[in-house]
Design a binder for this molecule. Structure first.
Ligand SMILES: *[C@@H]1O[C@H](CO)[C@@H](O)[C@H](O)[C@H]1NC(C)=O
Ligand SMILES: *[C@@H]1O[C@H](CO)[C@@H](O)[C@H](O)[C@H]1NC(C)=O
Length: 191
């Protein structure tokens, strides 16, 4: 069995390119694994290391106009370097429902949306938070993590899902997906 070092370095370069591309993605909330809980503290996390923006306005939107007629600003100017942000129950008061998204927009023009999360649910007050191991379910992040939510602390008493400024879990979600992709790529190469 032989492998080409040229192919290996080309592949690693491609991987590095995808890892360091200038891209802002909202990691949480979003998708079926990463919901919010009404009247509770919740967390937003994003790919701050690859974001080309220094700051943005954070908004919440809903695909159903009877829930939210237009996107509502939560934070007027959020610095990118925070990487994640705890949204307290006093900063937002949206009713439970599905079809919500978080938008990051140009602070001078809120309809110039830089990034939008996957749709997520706001569950009833008292619902468990997502498991801290929950990962985004987007196509760009292979579904290596498992998230059921059932492992969370008892209703309404736990702390909110990881604030990645404290323990890094939120910001690690994407890199771990990329690491899995790297391992898969190397596995193919040496097969
Ligand atoms: C915030 O972002 C805007 C638009 O990109 C930029 O013009 C401004 O300088 C930024 N402000 C800070 C404090 O970084
Ligand atoms: C705001 O952004 C939207 C979407 O990018 C654009 O169509 C619109 O012209 C912008 N408005 C202003 C005043 O620049």
């Amino acid at each position: 069995m032989k492998f080409s070092t040229a192919a290996l370095s080309a592949s690693l370069a491609a991987l590095a390119g995808s890892t360091f591309a200038q891209k802002l993605e909202i990691l949480s909330p979003g998708g079926p694994n990463l919901w919010w809980v009404a009247q509770s503290d919740n967390v937003i996390s994003w790919t701050c290391t690859t974001s080309p923006y220094t700051n943005f306005t954070v908004l919440i939107a809903n695909s159903n106009p009877s829930i939210l007629t237009s996107p509502l600003a939560i934070l007027p100017q959020e610095p990118n370097y925070d990487c994640s942000k705890l949204i307290t129950k006093d900063q937002i008061n949206q009713p439970p429902g599905t079809g919500y998204t978080i938008q990051f927009a140009n602070p001078f023009n809120e309809t110039d949306v830089y990034a939008e999360s996957q749709q997520f649910e706001i569950k009833n007050v008292g619902a468990a938070y997502p498991a801290t191991s929950a990962t985004p379910s987007g196509a760009s992040t292979p579904a290596t993590g498992s998230a059921t939510g059932s492992s969370s602390a008892a209703s309404g008493t736990g702390s909110p899902q990881s604030d990645s400024s404290k323990n890094g879990a939120g910001s690690l979600a994407a890199p771990s997906g990329l690491a899995a992709a790297a391992i898969a790529a190397l596995g193919l190469m040496f097969a």
